[in-house]
Design a protein around this ligand. Sequence first.
Ligand code: NAP
Length: 488
Amino acid sequence: MTSKVIPVLPFDMVIFGSTGDLSQRKLLPALFRRDASGQMPEQARIIGLSRLDYNQEQFREFALNALNKFIPAAELKPEIVERFLNRLHHLHNDVTKPDGWDGLRDLLNEYPDRIRMYYLSVGPSLFGTIAQGLAHVGLNGPNDRLVVEKPLGHDLASAQKLNHEITTAFNEQRIYRIDHYLGKETVQNLMALRFANALFEPLWNASAVDHVQITAAETIGVGTRGGYYDTSGAMRDMVQNHLIQLLCLMAMEAPYAFNADAVRDEKLKVLRSLRPIKGQEVQRNTVRAQYLARGEDPSYVEEAGNPDSHTETYVAIKAEIDNWRWAGVPFYLRTGKRLRSRLTEIVVTFKEPAHSVFPNTPLQCNKLIIRLQPDEGLQLNIMTKDPGPGGFRLRTTTLDMTYAEGLGPDWRMPDAYERLLMDVVRGDQTLFMRGDEVEAAWRWIDPILNAWEDSNIAPSTYESGSEGPIAALELMARDGRRWREMVV
Ligand code: NAP
């Protein structure tokens, strides 16, 4: 079974930073797969742009290497690879220099009616420069779309500055801020689950839900990226964007329609309802930590090359949403590197039944587990009778739907970038963040980061390969709750 493919309109896509890591690992493979699926129109062109003086042939060879590295050989059918490579062009241009923009405009104006997307796969310090450069040569009209990626700022002030730089060149309706989590099938399915089923909505509130846990755990450390990571940390890298986006989708009201502004308005309301965590509460409701060395694997501070680093590789937060639906229902967020398992999941723990008619058998709360990684799917834990004679015993049974199984053997879970890139061509901003959303998330995060910085208390530590620091267990234990074990 494969998904239905709806071809998109002819487009030209310019990848600024086409020779970089993101382009090789994600963008070129995603575009190839969309081509292979038949979604890409015959005329579509992909124009790589970097300072490397590649000619067309050299860029095609570079792209072929990327496909060979990041796509299984069985998918690389020679005729499709050839068709894809023929779409590729390369321009060498230093975007900080004034020359070069005319050449890009002339190339794009060979087909003036096409959709054009500009993917800024370069460092964020160049976002404003590129947006202004495009606007300067008139490439910011109704058919022009600007795509930017995290990090969208370092704090509220820098996010506002960035938003200002790009929105003075491009209308907000033409800006696509990618959070690739939103392109994941399960995340979109979260909206289907909530808003296309009558089953869950009556239970999706404080009267039935005890608490929600959102976990994004990685097994790898920062490795050679230690220097860069030390200026960022788990809060900026994971919580401000991915985890908060998941929280919004879990907590938001039903939008009046499934369109970009209706969905984003509802997410924004959640962000504005997040109770600020400030001053003393930061100590009580958040945990930050760094991983320790294990065997041959160095500790975080060794990898960062900074023995005094206070940058966190782990964060846990107890978030509360001050609105009618969620009053008194904590949302516990945690993310970290070098943890026991690689998994991303959301767990909704429901309240205990109001009264138990099985006095000698402890009841387990029902749990709905929404897995995003590694195997996308849903699980529902329910109480059932333990089969057999000899008394009436209860046990927890898991109703399990792994999408890969439910959708048949030929199903391939599309990469989030495949979906998102084609949404840009279609002009659908529903799965992209609006500027005010990004700023609202920073507005909530900033006081926590500031309090950490001001406190001068070193982060806690945790064993590599563990489930995180003791302080995170205590954060839950204080409320009489426990994190779900990190098992895949
Ligand atoms: P990267 O490997 O350092 O690549 C940067 C690219 O930008 C290179 O192609 C580089 O090519 C080009 N470039 C740099 N300065 C330029 C200039 N003045 N004019 C024209 N081109 C220039 O970075 P990356 O890892 O791909 O990341 C790109 C962006 O995506 C960053 O903002 C990053 O934070 C974000 N991001 C990356 C990932 C990922 O998985 N890598 C994930 C999420 C977000 P030349 O040096 O040849 O010019």
